[in-house]
Design a protein around this ligand. Structure first.
Ligand code: PMP
Ligand code: GLN
Length: 387
């Protein structure tokens, strides 16, 4: 293993999912739904394979139907216009989009400012690109609407130097469930414009928002469209995490940079599923409302169960994850807590510390996923009540 990848061993998700399998525990660790996405979308994939659409290399940037559907989705939900031919790129999941964006846009030695805790692939991809990551820690704060992890804008400002190339954002945010507000995004946008930075924004949880929170793509703010690469994926919105169909929207020069890297990572992304995702993106509004309502009920079930057990709970406004504080239970080391949890009560969670450079900041927090069937969550809550 080369030195760039020092410290990036097995991902926490693989580790925790094998722990769940080995112990027979309820797996609320890795975030994947335990029911598959819409029947008609699965049928569309089967049809594409049967009809021979996409069984051979599809076009490099993605099939035209999917690129148009992505552009129409951005217009329909956010009023953003992108040219499907020059400003949309289909990738192998959001994960490849993140990798290709960083490899295509970061020079060795460039600094990349990222919110901490961060999704684990960010650190590894910044390292593979030869960049230097500069984490800005989201801070737990108590507010009128409950506890929330918030971005300190002064910390963000002071993290930017003359070597900063880009800001890597994620909203709605995994693992904290924070949805960046218009005011926070406006401040980030002003900083990006003032310091002439690029923004790469991971919006895979764009449709999973609750309690009236609104997802706002930073590309929609003044001065941002020309400097932003927006990333999303069919994995979360349509409950097909195994399909690995993602995309970017960005102005032509940025799209070309991401595409150049993508060409030598995977060349093109799998064909038949692209046809199915093109249909999924055109599902009626009721689909998105039902998804949110379903996940909201599940969020409440898990949040209330964790609260009854005595965890400090950060009620998420977005994503399908809950971050919980273990200190009220008399614990302080989330990694040790998660290692022991299957044995103690038959549940798997993920220690947030693995998503931090400043690991001590994450030590008291653990993450539970609630994209599971109601009876599975009820069972988990019952098991956790034995703590
Ligand atoms: N970004 C975040 C914040 C995620 O939680 C995930 C989920 N694995 C991804 C990116 C990756 O998405 P995909 O499965 O489409 O590669
Ligand atoms: N995004 C999911 C999570 O955060 C799954 C990630 C993965 O398995 N790489 O749990």
């Amino acid at each position: 293993l080369n030195r760039r990848l020092d410290g990036f061993g097995t991902t926490i998700f693989a580790e925790m999912s094998s722990l769940a399998a080995a112990t027979g525990a309820v797996n609320l660790g890795q975030g994947f739904p335990d029911t598959d996405g819409p029947e008609e979308v699965r049928e569309a994939a089967v049809r594409a394979i049967r009809d021979g659409r996409g069984n051979q290399y599809p076009p490099g940037p993605g099939i035209p139907e999917l690129r148009s559907a992505v552009a129409d989705h951005q217009r329909r939900f956010y009023g953003l216009s992108y040219d499907p031919d020059t400003e949309v790129l289909v990738t192998t999941g959001a994960t490849e989009a993140i990798a290709a964006a960083l490899l295509g846009l970061v020079e060795p030695g460039d600094e990349v400012v990222a919110l901490e805790p961060y999704y684990d692939s960010y650190a590894a991809c910044v390292a593979m690109a030869g960049g230097i990551r500069v984490p800005v820690t989201l801070r737990p704060r108590t507010g009128p609407d409950g506890d929330r992890f918030v971005l300190d804008l002064d910390e963000l400002r002071s993290a930017v130097t003359d070597r900063t190339r880009l800001i890597l954002l994620n909203t709605p945010h995994n693992p904290t469930g924070t949805v960046l507000t218009r005011a926070e995004l406006t401040a980030i946008a002003e900083l990006a414009v003032e310091r002439d930075l690029l923004v790469v924004t991971d919006e895979v949880y764009e449709h999973l928002v609750y309690d009236g929170a609104e997802h706002l793509p930073i590309a929609a703010l003044p001065g941002m469209r020309e400097r932003t690469v927006t990333i999303s994926s069919a994995g979360k919105t349509y409950s097909f995490t195994g399909w690995k169909v993602g995309w970017t929207t960005a102005p032509p020069e940025l799209t070309a940079a991401v595409r150049t890297a993508k060409q030598y990572l995977t060349f093109v992304s799998g064909g038949p599923l692209q046809h199915a995702v093109a249909e999924a993106l055109r599902l009626p509004d009721a689909f998105f409302a039902d998804l949110r309502a379903d996940l909201l009920a599940k969020r409440n079930l898990l949040v209330e169960g964790l609260e009854r057990t005595g965890f400090g709970v950060f009620r998420p406004q977005g994503t399908y994850f809950v971050t919980a504080d273990i200190r009220p239970l008399g614990e302080s080391d989330g990694a040790a807590f998660c290692r022991a949890l299957p044995e103690r009560c038959g549940v798997v969670a993920v220690p947030n510390a693995v998503f931090y450079d400043h690991r001590d900041q994450g030590d008291p927090f653990v993450r539970f996923a609630f994209c599971k069937r109601t009876e599975v969550l009820q069972d988990a809550v019952k098991r956790l009540s034995a703590l």
